[in-house]
Design a protein around this ligand. Structure first.
Ligand code: NAP
Length: 262
């Protein structure tokens, strides 16, 4: 058992547990940042363009007595990853014990209209960046003898194609295999790697498409539990993967989708 990741009943982490969450200015990442801080961890709130939103997440955490820092960086820019990790360590005094590769974009385009630049952008943010960031974090975990956790936020669309979202689906399918490969090679170092697989969660990612009520009805019709979820419904599953209860779970995917993938 790694004493640096202590998860008592009700998911408690020690303040020396550093949790870096990419794309934590909004949506699922912001909800996870608040949850990990409330559970006692020290949280790195990464964001790219949403400085004001990230600042609001930080302030809400600090108001609740939590520990967090802002870490602006474009996850697609791998040359900035070491600076991002250095900044987290310098600002918090913590190493990263839990990396949550959450940041992603979805460019909705028909296959025949996908440009090379939008393919590159999606793969760079959703797959290449997370791969290289996880690799950089894993090197530090190994050097620090930290039995850390890597959690990659995937999607049911890694396995279910949907129209006009092929670049997103490809990136998430890659993320699933990346997770398995990381679990395989990092297990010897006591590091786990898993995917969290959300179904349809109400965030900015789908706000525009869900504003079409007919589209929303079509989505809901495919969900056995009959509703779209809120970001908070992913918290328990993520805390589990990061906490002591998830210590023997690796290379796995934890689906929280109301049955959408069935
Ligand atoms: P969202 O509301 O659109 O938020 C996306 C986050 O990613 C924002 O904080 C954004 O930060 C950040 N981001 C985007 N590009 C970035 C970059 N280059 N570098 C750093 N951060 C970047 O999305 P969400 O719905 O919360 O999605 C979170 C994760 O869940 C994604 O991996 C997504 O694929 C997955 N997911 C979501 C759903 C869903 O229904 N919502 C379903 C399945 C999977 P800035 O605003 O600061 O740029």
């Amino acid at each position: 058992m790694n004493p640096q990741i202590s998860n008592l009943h009700g998911h408690r982490f020690s303040p020396s547990t550093g949790v870096l969450i990419t794309g934590a200015s909004r949506g699922i990442g912001a909800a996870l940042a608040r949850a990990f801080a409330a559970a006692g961890a020290t949280v790195g709130i990464n964001y790219h363009k949403g400085a004001a939103e990230a600042q609001a997440v930080l302030e809400s955490i600090l108001e609740e007595g939590g520990q967090a820092v802002l870490l602006p960086a474009d996850v697609a820019q791998a040359q900035g990853h070491d600076s991002l990790l250095d900044a987290f360590e310098a600002a918090t005094g913590c190493a990263v014990h839990v990396l949550i590769n959450n940041a992603a974009i979805e460019c909705r385009q028909p296959l025949l209209e996908v440009s090379e630049s939008s393919l590159d952008l999606t793969l760079n943010i959703n797959l290449r960046g997370p791969f290289l960031l996880a690799q950089a974090v894993a090197k530090r975990m190994i050097a620090g003898k930290i039995h850390g956790r890597i959690i990659n936020v995937s999607s049911t669309h890694a396995e279910r194609a949907k129209p006009h979202s092929i670049t997103y689906s490809i990136s998430k399918a890659g993320l699933n295999m990346m997770t398995k490969g990381m679990a395989l090679e990092l297990g010897a170092h006591g590091i786990t790697a898993n995917t969290l697989v959300p179904g349809a969660i109400r965030t900015d990612l789908n706000r525009e498409v869900l504003s079409d009520l007919e589209y929303e009805r079509g989505v809901v019709a495919k969900i056995p539990l009959g509703r779209i979820a809120e970001t908070g419904e992913l918290i328990e599953a993520t805390l589990f993967l990061a906490g002591e209860g998830g210590a023997y779970v690796t290379g796995s995917s934890l689906t929280v989708d109301g049955g959408l993938a069935l």
